[in-house]
Structures are given as C-alpha cells and as structure tokens.
Design a protein around this ligand. Structure first.
Ligand SMILES: NC(=O)c1ccc[n+]([C@@H]2O[C@H](COP(=O)([O-])OP(=O)(O)OC[C@H]3O[C@@H](n4cnc5c(N)ncnc54)[C@H](O)[C@@H]3O)[C@@H](O)[C@H]2O)c1
Length: 278
C-alpha cells in the first residue's frame, strides 16, 4: 500500500495505532484537528484537518489507498456538537474516499449504535440499530453510509463496533474490554482482509463474559488474545450492589443507556487516560 490515512491520530486509540499502521504502507498520513501529535514514527507524516470541513478531508485523502477513520467527538454531547465532526465528518470521509477511489474505509463504530438492546440478548453483528445517545446515532449514520457507499458506489467499509477500549475499571468491562493489542489486530484485519464488502464486527477481546456474538464476522480472521477475566476477582470484590432497574446495568450501552441525551457518558465512567506518548 502506498498511502494509508489515520484520522483521530491525536486521540487515545489513535496513539496506539500510529506505530503499527506506519509499518503497513509506504506513507502513513496521521490526521487530527490538534496542532501536532508529538514525535512522528518513520514513514509517518502529520496533516491537520477538520473532519467537518469537506475541503480538508478531500485534500487529506488525495492519493490514499485506505482510510482508518477514528476521529470524532468520543462522548455523548448535544446534537449540535456531534453534528459537525461525527455526522457531517463521516459523510466527508466516505464522499472524499469515493471521489479519490479509495478501496476501503475502516471505521471506529461503537457498541452505542446498538446500546439500548438488553444485555441478556447475545446480539450479533446484524442486530438492528438501537442507539443509546446522539453519539450512538451518529455511529448508526456512519455505518449506514458505509452500507450505502458499498451498495451504490462499490466502496468497501469495515465497521468496528468497539465496546470498551480502556483499562478495566467496572464489572461491565469484564465483558466489554478490548485490549490495545487486540484493537491493533482488529484494525490490521480490517485493512489486510482481501475482500470485505460492507462488514460489521464487534471490537471486543476474548473475554469469558463477552456479551456479543462475532460469529458472522469470523471471515475477517480477527482472533482476540486477551481476556478481562484476569481482573475479575479484584473488580467483583469492589463492585457496587447490582440494580436491575438501572439501564446502565441492563443494556449493552452501559452508562450511556441511562444518561440524559446530550450529557456526557464518559463523565460517569472511570476512564484512565493512558494515551501512548511519543
Ligand atoms: N475508546 C473507546 O472505548 C471507544 C469505544 C467505541 C468507539 N470508539 C471510537 O473510537 C474513536 C477513537 O476513540 P478515542 O477513545 O481515541 O477518542 P479520543 O477522543 O481520544 O480521540 C478522538 C480524536 O478525534 C479528534 N477530533 C474530534 N473532532 C475532530 C474534528 N472536527 N476534526 C478532526 N479530528 C477531530 C480529537 O481531537 C481526538 O484526538 C472514536 O471515533 C470513538 O467514537 C472508542
């Protein structure tokens, strides 16, 4: 591959993807709205771009083979805040990818696209969209863009419905954890699988308590290695009492399922900022 583009490169997940992705192409163009992303890896170049501005994204994808699209507002927020980066931004990525004849968009979707499904339903990748927030609604829109651009324009998409790519700090995360090593494997499979059409796969490690069914995406060859069970004894001994009336405990979206629309979900969670430094 000549040119691979990564959006959201200044973000927490982007910080773990930059180095492995820089080895997959002659040139990795990392992008974000941030002014810079620290020391670059060999073969990596930085290009600042605002997802909400089509001209920025059109210039970014010029000459690229694929784009790994991770840039977004990564939390629930008022609709007006989500609209530019996450909804218009998704359109800009798929449209510019089509205009420049890219082969594929590998997209950071989310469990929040289906977050209102009850947890006891072992949902597959074909579960209907059931967003828990405006943030999740934007993920549904982007997945549907991927479907539309495949059906009508022949542009492939792999939508990675990530559950929780963060340190395990809750009972929910014993099922939803996606380790950074497994995230890297997942993104690489999204890139190197020869044909994908439009595909959806859950981004989750090989946890004993995994709440979703990835079997229909097994052709992607994603075989996660890590298992959150190693944290179970400590997490369960410190857990608050269970509450079956709380959607945060009963729905796939966790805390996002119970917050008011427009309010931060991450603020109610114990997310450790372990962004990789360069
Ligand atoms: N971390 C998780 O557990 C998780 C779970 C599901 C989905 N995701 C998705 O994965 C992606 C990365 O998540 P993260 O945890 O690294 O989030 P993050 O907030 O750390 O990174 C997102 C990046 O997007 C950039 N961005 C925001 N608005 C932009 C704009 N207008 N133009 C260009 N860049 C912009 C931000 O500057 C930031 O660096 C996001 O799309 C998120 O929705 C993450």
């Amino acid at each position: 591959m000549k040119k691979l583009v990564l959006t959201g490169a200044a973000g927490r997940l982007g910080s773990y993807l930059r180095e492995p992705l820089s080895k997959l192409a002659d040139e990795l163009v990392s992008s974000d709205i941030a002014d810079d992303i620290g020391t670059l890896y060999p073969g990596e170049r930085y290009q600042k771009a605002d997802l909400a501005k089509y001209d920025d994204i059109h210039a970014l994808l010029d000459g690229a083979d694929m784009v790994v699209h991770f840039g977004a507002i990564g939390d629930e927020a008022p609709f007006e805040t989500i609209l530019g980066p996450n909804i218009v931004g998704a359109y800009n990525v798929w449209e510019a990818a089509y205009q420049h004849k890219l082969r594929r968009v590998v997209y950071a979707s989310s469990i929040h696209a289906v977050g209102m499904h009850p947890r006891q339903d072992f949902i597959g990748t074909d579960a209907r969209h059931r967003p828990d927030t405006f943030y999740g609604l934007a993920k549904c829109f982007a997945e549907d863009l991927g479907s539309l651009y495949w059906d009508k324009r022949g542009l492939e998409s792999v939508c990675l419905r990530i559950l929780s790519a963060a340190q395990v700090t809750s009972t929910r995360a014993l099922g939803t954890w996606l380790s950074y090593e497994d995230l890297i494997q997942l993104v690489i499979r999204g890139i190197d699988t020869p044909t994908t059409g439009f595909s959806v796969v859950y981004g989750v490690s090989n946890n004993d308590r995994t709440p979703v069914d990835n079997s229909k995406a097994s052709f992607l060859g994603y075989r996660p290695k890590d298992n959150a069970e190693q944290f179970a004894e400590t997490i369960l001994s410190e857990a608050d009492p269970a509450d079956v009336s709380d959607p945060a405990q009963m729905c796939h979206g966790g805390p996002f399922a119970s917050i008011e629309l427009g309010n931060s979900g991450l603020a109610t969670m114990d997310i450790v900022d372990d962004t990789k430094q360069t």
